[in-house]
Design a protein around this ligand. Sequence first.
Ligand code: LMR
Length: 394
Amino acid sequence: MFETLSKAPQDKIFALMAEVAADARPGKIDLGIGVYKDDDGNTPIMSAVRKAEERILTTARTKTYIGVAGNKGFCTAMVDLALAGTVPAERVRSVQAPGGTGAVWVLLTLLKRAKPNGRVWISDPSWPNHKPMAEQAGFAVATYPYFDPATRGVRFEEMLATLDTLGPDDIVLLHGCCHNPTGANLTPGQWDEVVASLSRTGAFPLIDLAYQGFGDGLEEDAYGARAIAKAIPEFVLATSCSKNFGIYRERVGCAIIAGKDAAAADVANSQMLNIVRGAYSQPPDHGAEIVRIILEDKDLRAEWQAELEAMRQRMVGNRQALADAIRARSNSTDFDFVAQHRGMFSLLGLGVSTVEHLKANNAVYMLDDSRINIAGLADERIQRLADAIVGATH
Ligand code: LMR
């Protein structure tokens, strides 16, 4: 029967992960998949997470089903973390989802039911999984201008001009913060202009907030989502705990919807629950319970926030160190933009042949579009990476 199938394209992020693992060269530098790594190359379990897990181990009394929407306390806390009361609770509904990706999937499936003839607009470029996910949900996908390879910043005028041409059948997928793959982000003022455009056109916002706390801070990174929440009566928002709680493999995210009133929110929520039940019945609880415990406990929450802030500072420090090291070797400011970008990623703007050269000659691995994960760098590697980049480009 399977002869009816042809081979599906491999996800390039996970393909690169396998390539790195298969490379036996000592000192290889993995700038591929978006996971945070400490100076020893480990992705640590945060101490607040460890403590919450210990609490679960000693106090949990049952493994019975949790329900289709998942962990209710978790959902309430996640809505609060992202939106901080910017929408009245009676207009908001949420379900726990298997990771940020799962949340995006639930919401795309919901939007397809609501807007069968809709078109999804993603940034050019976007996370490599956005387009296939939107297509899998049955949508046509188009792009709005976003990254300017010349300045390595946002082509904001062009982005806005495109958004202004959209209408109510259009869904705009926006990266809430820490744009993946570019690292170039909207300023608060630019977010306000995007919100004004959405208000004018009636285009529908789908916000993917996968990196809250990794850019400029927990509150700062939610600026765009909250600006939309204050001004646009209906929107959907996917959040993730993979990065900011470091619980990648537990697969924890939240699919959040805001309706124009409580009745509209209830109807949309019933569809969301129907989608979940028909796909995987209900989400697993462990990771969500970790997050609930941390967010509801004052001390654990403070501990988590301090750990998250230390990770963020380290990424900002890595950015500056890499920009400085390249400048010192090349006598040029060509890569200074790395220090301005925020989040895990920066798009270096190297050609595929340079990316291949770095892989073959320096055991430096990045995505073929030259996206690097800045959080994968230790100081010694920053110096070697700077040598390799300058060697390949100057
Ligand atoms: C990435 O872009 O590397 C991360 O978001 C991990 C993933 O699931 O692709």
